[in-house]
Design a protein around this ligand. Structure first.
Ligand code: BES
Ligand code: MN
Ligand code: MN
Length: 462
């Protein structure tokens, strides 16, 4: 065992306890009620970076939540790794669906985590995964084995669309200059199937409002003779999918990159068990776009999903009413080379055009993000693959994920840097859901793997 690995082994309990402290800070970026906690989490990261041996670490202001920047420059002759992560978390609602309070971490065993998992909001996404990098950095510093220069950019607005991070990249190009961006904010296929994410989907997110009568009406006095915005919204939404489950918005597929049969065959090699998939989420059957496998439907194909829909009376008992308004939040996951702004515009035009004259429709765009693919033939990918092979004892499988990290495309466009997505979570870790958790196996595996990435990346660049 190397000195670094010995140091990690000897400091395991402290590494865990520090993460638990971080998880106790409810840094929910979406809810202004937690604004001070978000800042507190930023301060925590700054302190830990300095304690681990960073030359400097600063909490830098933006027009939203702050960004923590830290660095350790060893030598101009060494390559530079830019570590990106986020310290903000999703709202924990609904609280009553949690088995233990979301900001009071507890460790419990699960079927997939026999060595225990940390239950708390942000444990996997992304505090647990981001903090692995700070502890790996500490271990390399303590054992004098940091093989690359390292810069940390840890933001507080990932879960609300990273609106201020693009500007921050533009304003700080020189400071952020790096040979590679390293991110742990994705997952592996299973604890015995290591993998590296090589693609992320983009996102267009809109809210729609359908207005009918100028006030809520008695559904007996008026029902049958007036437009019901909720019925109409339901019909409009239903019309957005064709029978084969493709998306019925003119121009939607124009820019979608179609993979070759060879590429699809290579993708299909990644292990995927449909029965396990169904069982894990309690489904008798799956569905999706005709002609594509479940794995393809969540990676190389775009989607359209209603994320929330409301209107009218939803309280206890019955109230006979025709609502004046109906609403829905709709997300479209995008693939290369779809452009989120263009898709949002296509949606807006189409959705407005299909509305009957009896109602009016308003479409409000929320955040978006571009899709990204990362190379598998680069020194950085090879370094990550070798590092994972060392710690898992198996070659990692490249695969494309269905989620989005909008800033990845901007790292390339603004800084000219490619990204390696070396995540350690599991899909079953319930990120964004009640009872989010992160395996202790995964936390420690990440801390052990990261120093090896630095070592191999330095060798391959040297
Ligand atoms: N870490 C996730 C994205 C992710 C998770 C990618 C697992 C691949 C595997 C990230 O924090 C996230 O939740 N992103 C949002 C987008 C953002 C604009 C709110 C998403 O994908 O919904
Ligand atoms: Mn995340
Ligand atoms: Mn997230």
């Amino acid at each position: 065992m190397s000195n670094t690995q010995v140091f990690i082994e000897e400091n395991k309990d402290r590494f865990l306890n520090e993460l638990l402290d971080l998880l106790r800070i409810p840094s929910v970026s979406a809810d202004s009620k937690f604004k001070d906690d978000v800042r507190k989490a930023a301060g925590f990261i700054q302190d830990k970076l300095l304690a681990a041996g960073a030359d400097k670490a600063e909490v830098m202001e933006t027009s939203g939540h702050p960004i923590v920047y830290g660095e350790k420059m060893v030598s101009d002759n060494l390559p530079t790794v830019l570590v990106y992560g986020h310290y903000d978390v999703q709202p924990a609602d609904p609280y009553d669906l949690w088995d233990s309070p979301p900001f009071e971490p507890v460790i419990k065993e699960t079927e997939l985590h026999p060595q225990g998992a940390i239950f708390a909001r942000g444990s996997c996404d992304d505090k647990g995964q981001m903090y692995m990098h700070i502890k790996a950095f500490e271990a390399m510093m303590a054992t004098d084995s940091l093989a690359c220069n390292v810069k940390f950019i840890i933001e507080g607005e990932e879960e609300v669309g990273s609106d201020n991070l693009g500007v921050f990249l533009e304003d700080n190009k020189e400071m952020l200059k790096a040979d590679i961006v390293l991110v742990s904010d994705t997952g592996i296929i299973a604890n015995d199937v290591p993998s590296i994410t090589v693609g992320l989907r983009g996102l267009s997110y809109v809210e729609v409002e359908v207005t009918g009568p100028n006030r809520d009406l008695h559904s007996g006095l008026y029902g049958g003779a007036v437009p019901n915005p909720i019925n109409i919204l339901a019909e409009m939404i239903a019309s957005l999918k064709n029978e084969d489950q493709s998306i019925n918005i003119p121009g939607f597929y124009d820019d979608v990159v179609i993979l070759t049969e060879e590429e699809r065959a290579a993708m299909a090699k990644a292990p995927f068990d449909l029965q396990d998939f169904k069982d894990s989420i309690g489904l008798r059957d799956v569905e999706g776009e005709e002609g594509f496998s479940s794995m393809e439907r969540t990676s190389i194909r775009p989607t359209l999903d209603v994320n929330g829909i409301w209107g009218g009376y939803t309280g206890e008992g019955a109230k006979t009413v025709i609502a004046s308004k109906a609403y829905a939040k709709i997300s479209m996951r995008l693939v290369p080379n779809q452009d989120p702004d263009k898709i949002t515009k296509l949606f807006q035009e189409h959705f407005t055009s299909i509305a009957p004259d009896s109602v009016s429709v308003k479409v409000t765009p929320h955040h978006g993000g571009q899709p990204a693919v990362t190379p598998t033939d680069s020194p950085a990918y090879k370094a990550a693959a070798q590092a994972m092979k060392d710690t898992f004892g198996k070659d990692p499988v490249p695969f494309r994920g269905g989620g989005s990290i909008p800033i990845v495309a901007l790292f390339e466009q603004i800084l000219g840097s490619k990204t390696v997505l070396m995540g350690f979570g599991l899909d079953s870790d319930a990120i964004h859901s009640p009872n989010e958790h992160y395996g202790l196996f995964n936390y420690y595996k990440g801390i052990e793997t990261i120093p090896l990435f630095y070592k191999y990346f330095a060798e391959m660049n040297g």
